[in-house]
Design a binder for this molecule. Structure first.
Ligand code: 5GP
Ligand code: ZN
Length: 113
């Protein structure tokens, strides 16, 4: 997707602070961090949102979850962390490329805003 911000970040066309990468995913620091650790984990494949993932993406979604837990450990979030996938307008999604927010380094409150 040539006009997608996160596709451009994955390809390196737009710079980012890389945290991790493998064959299926890329992780980078959020430009407006909401916690001491705020990483975005995105699939290299363009999927517009969680709502746009289909049955063929099931393994990819599982891999992203597993990668998020590995990243949390690597980043020292042993006290806990939060994984968020904002989806659609009411979900607060602002970038239309599926992404997991990995937030940690402070105690989170509930319910979210
Ligand atoms: P959403 O609101 O779609 O769940 O999350 C999008 C996230 O992308 C926001 O937390 C926002 O701060 C982050 N973001 C938007 N533009 C950029 C950018 O150019 N670089 C980085 N690193 N993060 C961005
Ligand atoms: Zn994209």
């Amino acid at each position: 997707m040539s006009d997608c911000l996160f596709c451009k970040i994955v390809s390196g066309a737009i710079p980012s602070k890389k945290v991790y990468e493998d064959e299926t995913s890329y992780a980078f620091s959020d430009i407006h961090p909401q916690a001491p650790t705020h990483v975005l984990l995105v699939p290299r494949k363009h999927i517009a949102s969680l709502d746009h993932a289909d049955a063929a993406d099931t393994a990819l979604l599982g891999e992203l979850m597993a990668t998020a837990t590995k990243l949390a450990a690597t980043l020292g979030l042993g006290k806990g962390y939060r994984v968020v996938i904002n989806t659609g307008a009411d979900g607060g999604q602002t970038v239309d490329h599926l992404h997991l927010h990995l937030l940690g380094g402070r105690a989170m409150s509930w319910p979210p805003g």
